[in-house]
Every structure is written in structure tokens, then in C-alpha cells.
Write a protein that binds this ligand. Structure first.
Ligand code: HEM
Length: 150
């Protein structure tokens, strides 16, 4: 099994990075859409269905498949022999940040359902603040996995 994952390593890593880029693009864009959805629809209610369609398609067509692919290829890398030394700290900081990123994805999914049901209570300002979270997590993940300072 280990030999199998080792032989696939360059492809697994490439597919992991591609999936992560697509996932991150959605994690940055969807909260931005929510900011405008929360603020602009109060002034122009006719925009509501357009925002709902954009949010649903972004989540279903791009973000959900990209997150699943990032997890599948990331776990293949975890099972590739010799890549991770669990006695170091960086795999744990990366794992914690990835779990937080996955929680953020689920949080956005729940907010999309709220918008679709017409019961959103989160303000544009709060969405702007939440928009910083994926940036912070991205920095923790990339520094953990590439600089490996710990
Ligand atoms: C979804 C769950 C994830 C798992 C299980 C996972 C696991 C892994 C593993 C085991 C590696 C190989 C490390 C090595 O080359 O020694 C890796 C590489 C990498 N991961 Fe992830 N990862 C996940 C999500 C992410 C996310 C969300 C990001 C970025 C935001 C990310 C960015 C990277 C990068 C940039 C590399 C390449 C590092 C290099 O080759 O130098 N990963 N990942």
C-alpha cells in the first residue's frame, strides 16, 4: 500500500494543490457575496434571487467538490510513507488549521441556507470580519507545511 501511494506522490500532490486552490477561491469569494447580499438586498430586494443562485452554484459546483478532493488527496499524502513525522509540531498546526477551515466551510453552508430561507440575521460587517478567517488559516497552513518552523 505504501509503495502504491509513493509511486503516485507527484500526482497526488499536484491534485491536492489544485483542489486546495479551487477550495480557497470559494472560501474567499462566498463571504464577499454574503456581504453584498446582506447589505444590497435591503435597498434592492429584486437582487435576492440572483444572489441566491450565485451562492448555491458556487457552493455546490465548486466549493463542495473542491473541499472533498482536497481532503481525499491530502489523506493520500498522509498515507504516503516518509512524508510526515508526527513527532514534529507542524503536522498538528496544519491539521488544526485545516479542521478550522472545514468548520468555516460548514458555517458558510449554514448561512447560505439561512439566506435561501429568508432568515439571515448576520450583518455585512460581521461577514467582512469572518472573511479574514480563511486568510489567517491559509497563512498558518502554508507556513506549517513549507517553512516548518516548529
Ligand atoms: C483537507 C485536508 C488536508 C490534508 C489531509 C492535507 C495533507 C497534506 C499532506 C500530508 C501534505 C504533504 C506534506 C509534504 O509534502 O511533506 C500536504 C501538502 C500541501 N498542502 Fe495540504 N492538506 C489538507 C488541506 C490543505 C489546505 C486547506 C491547504 C492550503 C490552504 C493545503 C496546502 C498544502 C500545500 C501548499 C502543500 C505542499 C507542500 C509542499 O509540497 O511543500 N493543504 N497536505
Amino acid at each position: 500500500m505504501g509503495l502504491f501511494f509513493s509511486s503516485l506522490y507527484p500526482w497526488t500532490l499536484a491534485l491536492h494543490v489544485i483542489a486546495v486552490i479551487a477550495w480557497m477561491a470559494g472560501l474567499f469569494y462566498l463571504p464577499r457575496l454574503f456581504v453584498y447580499h446582506a447589505e444590497e438586498v435591503q435597498k434592492t430586494p429584486a437582487l435576492d434571487p440572483l444572489f441566491q443562485t450565485m451562492e448555491r452554484r458556487l457552493l455546490r459546483a465548486i466549493m463542495n467538490p473542491a473541499m472533498i478532493a482536497a481532503w481525499i488527496f491530502g489523506l493520500c499524502l498522509v498515507f504516503t510513507p516518509g512524508l510526515i513525522d508526527w513527532s514534529q509540531i507542524w503536522p498538528w498546526t496544519k491539521a488544526a488549521a485545516v479542521l478550522a477551515m472545514t468548520w468555516f466551510h460548514q458555517w458558510l453552508g449554514a448561512r447560505r441556507k439561512d439566506f435561501a430561507a429568508g432568515r439571515n440575521t448576520v450583518t455585512g460587517r460581521r461577514f467582512r470580519m469572518m472573511n479574514e478567517l480563511p486568510t489567517l488559516l491559509l497563512i498558518v497552513i502554508v507556513v506549517s507545511v513549507i517553512v516548518r518552523p516548529f
